[in-house]
Design a protein around this ligand. Structure first.
Ligand SMILES: [Zn+2]
Length: 405
C-alpha cells in the first residue's frame, strides 16, 4: 500500500512538474506552434466603388486563427497614421472602425495599408486598398459667346468653366473635334461653323471625365440661320484657263493642313482683326463661283481689289507659319494667331516676312499681286479655325478674342 502511494505521489509530482512547465512555457508563448498562417484582414469601405468624400468609417476585421494578434499598423500613402495595440492583444479577432476625414486628404488616389502581426511576430499580413477622394463633384458650365445670330462661316468663342481638373475633355460638332486650350477657368477655344452646312439646328457635345473616372456629357443646340450668299461667273484669261490637276491641289492642301492642325498654344491676338488692305470688296466670303473652265467652287475668303504693290498688313498679332507659292493661292503668307486661328494672304507679288517672324497687328507682311489663279491684282484674305475657312469679317466686326479669358 505504502509502495502504491509512493508511486502515486511520484506520478503526481511528475504531473505537476509538467503542468508548471506547461503553464510557464505557455505564458512565455514558447509552446505556440510555429505560426505559418498569418492573420487575415478584411476591409470594407462605405462605397463599393471606393470613391469617398467627407468623413467616412472604414470597417476592418483582423482574424488570427493560429495564434493571437500582436499589433495592427494603419498607413495612408505610406505614412503611419495609427497603431493598434493593447486590449485586443490577447484576442484572435479584432473589429475596428477607422474614422477618416477625407477633406484632409488631397483629391484623387490614395492607398490605405493595414498590417497585422501575429504575437509570435513571424507572420505579418499587409493589405493595401486603393481609394479615391472626391470632395468636389465635377461641374462644368459651357458658355458660347459671340453673336446670337449664327450663320454658315460663323465662329463661337467657347468657354468650359470647370469645378476641378479633368482627365479628358472633348467638344465635338458636326463630326469634328474642337481645339481646346487650358486656361485658369478650365478650357477655351473657338467653335467654327463650316460654310457648307445647311441652316438647321446642330448639336455640340461636350464630354468630360474627371481624374476619378466620373463622366459628364453636355449637349448644346446651335441654330444656324440661313444667309443669302452671292453668285459669280469668272472668266479666266487663256493662260490660266487649264484646270489645275487634282493631285497638285491635294498635295498643296496637305502642306497647308499640316500647319492648320497644329495650332499654337500661345494666344497672340487678344482682341479682334483689322482689314489687311485698303480696297473695295469684289468678292465676299461664301460666294458661289463658276469659272469659265467649268470649275465650280465656293469662295472661302474675301477679295479686295487694289493696285499691284499695295501694302498688305497682318490682320492681327501672330507668328508667320508658312510662306509658299501654290497653283491657286499664288505667293501667300499663313499667320498663326494662336488657339487654331489662322489668317492667309494670297496672290501676293512680294512677301516681306520670314517663317517664324512674330508680327503685330498692322505690320506690313507683303504686297498685293496677281500670282496664282487671279484675274488681276487683288488680295484674297482668308481666316481659318483649324481646317475650316470662316467669315473673316466677323473678326473685324466683333472682338471675338476678347470673349475669352
Ligand atoms: Zn478670293
Amino acid at each position: 500500500m505504502i509502495f502504491h502511494l509512493k508511486r502515486v505521489s511520484i506520478l503526481l509530482s511528475i504531473f505537476f512538474f509538467f503542468l508548471v512547465l506547461f503553464l510557464l512555457f505557455s505564458h512565455l508563448n514558447v509552446l505556440s506552434y510555429s505560426d505559418n498562417t498569418p492573420p487575415s484582414i478584411y476591409m470594407q469601405f462605405p462605397k463599393e466603388s471606393e470613391i469617398v468624400s467627407g468623413s467616412i468609417c472604414v470597417k476592418f476585421t483582423v482574424i488570427d486563427k493560429e495564434s493571437r494578434i500582436e499589433s495592427v499598423l494603419i498607413r495612408i500613402d505610406g505614412e503611419l497614421c495609427d497603431i493598434l495595440a493593447g486590449d485586443f492583444k490577447k484576442k484572435k479577432a479584432l473589429e475596428y472602425d477607422l474614422k477618416l476625414d477625407t477633406t484632409k486628404l488631397s483629391e484623387g488616389r490614395h492607398i490605405l495599408t493595414v498590417s497585422a502581426s501575429s504575437c509570435n511576430g513571424n507572420a505579418t499580413t499587409t493589405k493595401d486598398t486603393l481609394f479615391y477622394v472626391d470632395n468636389h463633384p465635377l461641374n462644368v458650365e459651357v458658355i458660347l459667346g459671340g453673336s446670337n445670330r449664327v450663320y454658315p462661316g460663323s465662329v463661337l468663342p467657347l468657354q468650359c468653366v470647370l469645378s476641378e481638373e479633368v482627365r479628358d475633355i472633348r467638344v465635338e460638332i458636326m463630326g469634328y473635334d474642337i481645339f481646346l486650350f487650358t486656361t485658369d477657368i478650365g478650357y477655351e477655344g473657338f467653335v467654327p461653323i463650316r460654310l457648307a452646312v445647311e441652316p438647321e439646328e446642330v448639336d455640340m457635345e461636350v464630354s468630360l471625365t474627371d481624374n476619378l473616372g466620373e463622366s459628364v456629357n453636355i449637349n448644346k443646340k446651335i441654330l444656324i440661320l440661313p444667309k443669302g450668299f452671292e453668285s459669280e461667273y469668272i472668266v479666266l484669261p487663256e493662260t490660266k484657263a487649264e484646270p489645275i490637276p487634282k493631285e497638285v491641289i491635294e498635295k498643296e492642301y496637305q502642306i497647308l493642313l499640316n500647319e492648320l492642325l497644329s495650332p499654337s498654344e500661345v494666344l497672340y491676338e487678344k482682341d479682334g482683326f483689322i482689314i489687311p488692305v485698303e480696297g473695295k470688296i469684289t468678292s465676299p466670303y461664301g460666294t458661289y463661283r463658276r469659272f469659265s473652265n467649268g470649275v465650280v467652287s465656293r469662295h472661302i475668303g474675301v477679295d479686295y481689289s487694289c493696285p499691284e504693290g499695295t501694302e498688305v498688313k497682318a490682320c492681327g498679332a501672330g507668328v508667320v507659319r508658312l510662306i509658299d507659292d501654290f497653283a491657286i493661292r499664288g505667293k501667300f503668307v499663313l499667320i498663326d494667331h494662336g488657339w487654331g486661328v489662322y489668317s492667309l494672304y494670297n496672290h501676293l507679288s512680294d512677301v516681306l516676312v520670314d517663317v517664324g517672324d512674330i508680327v503685330s497687328k498692322g505690320d506690313v507682311i507683303g504686297k498685293v499681286g496677281s500670282t496664282g489663279l487671279a484675274t488681276g491684282p487683288h488680295l484674297h484674305w482668308e481666316v481659318r479655325v483649324g481646317r475650316w475657312a470662316v467669315d473673316p469679317l466677323q473678326w473685324t466686326d466683333e472682338r471675338i478674342f476678347a470673349n475669352l479669358h
